[in-house]
Design a protein around this ligand. Sequence first.
Ligand SMILES: *Cc1c(COP(=O)(O)O)cnc(C)c1O
Length: 396
Amino acid sequence: MSAPAHRYRPETELVHAGAMRTQFGETSEALFLTQGFVYDSAEQCEARFKGEEPGFLYSRFSNPTVAMFERRMAIFEGAESARATATGMAAVTTALVGQLKAGDHVVAAKALFGSCRWVVEDFLPRFGVPSTLVDGRDLEQWQKAVRPNTKTFFLESPTNPTLDVVDIAAVAKIAHAAGATLVVDNVFATPIWQSPLALGADVVVYSATKHIDGQGRCLGGIILASEKFIQDNIHQFIRQTGPSMSPFNAWVLLKGLETLHLRVQRQSDTAAAVSTALANHPKITRLIYPGRADHPQADVIRRQMRGGSTLVAFEVAGGDKAGTFRFLNALKLIRITNNLGDAKSLVTHPATTTHQRLTPEARAELGISDGLVRFSAGLEHPDDVVTDLVTALEKV
Ligand SMILES: *Cc1c(COP(=O)(O)O)cnc(C)c1O
C-alpha cells in the first residue's frame, strides 16, 4: 500500500491525508474488518513482533483502517502521532492514566464534561493521584494549585455547557514552568477552529463521537501528541489494556473527516444566526456565544480560535425548570438529547442531564442554572432552526 507524502491546505488534507490504497485501486478508503493478520513465513512473523519489519499485527493495537484515521487526524492537527480509541472517554482516560502513577498530582479546570470530571475528581484519587480543581479562567488559581509532584494539567475550552474560554497558551506556560504536561479536550472548539498543540499544549484529545462523526452514528476518540509522548505513555497502554477503536468506526469517522470542514462552518454560521436572533429576545436573560463581541473572554477567543462555535448557551427567562421544560417541549424541529455536534439541531438541559450528578452548589458555581439550555446547531436551513426556537419561546 502507498500513502501520499505531499502537504496540501488543511481542507484538502481532511479528504486525502493518510489514505492507503490496496492493489485494487479503490477510490474510497478500504474497511479492513479483520481481527488479525497472517504472515508469509514464521521469520516474517518474528520480525513483525520484534518491530524489525513494519506491518500490522493485531487489531487491538494496529489496523490499516484505524491507522488511516489516525494519520489523517495527525496531519490535520499538526501532531507527530495519534492513537484512536473506542470512545472519547477512553481517549481522555488513556491520555491521563497513561502518563500518571501513584504519588503524582493533577490540576484540572472545574468546568469539565461530566465524565471527565468524574475521572479527575473520583477515579484518579483511588489510585493515589489526588487532583485540584480550579476555575480555568483564573490563571492565578492554576499557578497556586501547583505542587512539587504535579504531573499534568487538564482542561477543555470552550467549556461544557457554559462556553467559557480558557487561555490555553497561558496555562501551558504555567504547566511547563512546573514541569507538568497540558492535556486539552478540544471537542467543543473542534480541530477546525482551534489547534491546542500550536498554542503550547502537549496532548489533544477528542470525542470523535461529536463533530468528527457528525451524523450521530458511532462512538470514537483520539489522542494526538508528539511521537515520544505516544511511545512513552500511550502506545503500550492501548496495546496491553485494549481501549481500541473498531475498524468499522474508524472507517465511518474517516468519511466524517471528509466533510468536517463544511459541516462545522455551516453549523457555526447557524449558531451565530441563533445567537443574533436570541441575544436581545425578551424571553432570554443571558446568552453566551464564543463568536460574539460580548463574550466575557472575547480577547482570548480572538487570540486562540479561528471561528466561533457550533454551540450556543442561553438562559430562559424565569430561570425555573418548569418554564424551561415548557420551552424545550414546545420545540418541533430541534430535538431534546444530551449529545452534540450532530447533523440534527439538538438541545440539552444540563442541570437535569449531563450535570445532574453535581450538587446544586457545584452547579451554581459553574453557572448551570435550571434555566440554562445548550443548543447544538445542525445542518438544517438556519431560518427553520431560528423559527423553531423563537416559536417555542412563546410558551415560556
Ligand atoms: C462527549 C464528550 C466526551 C466523551 O466522549 P464519548 O465519545 O461520549 O465517550 C468528552 N469530552 C467532551 C468535551 C465531550 O463533549
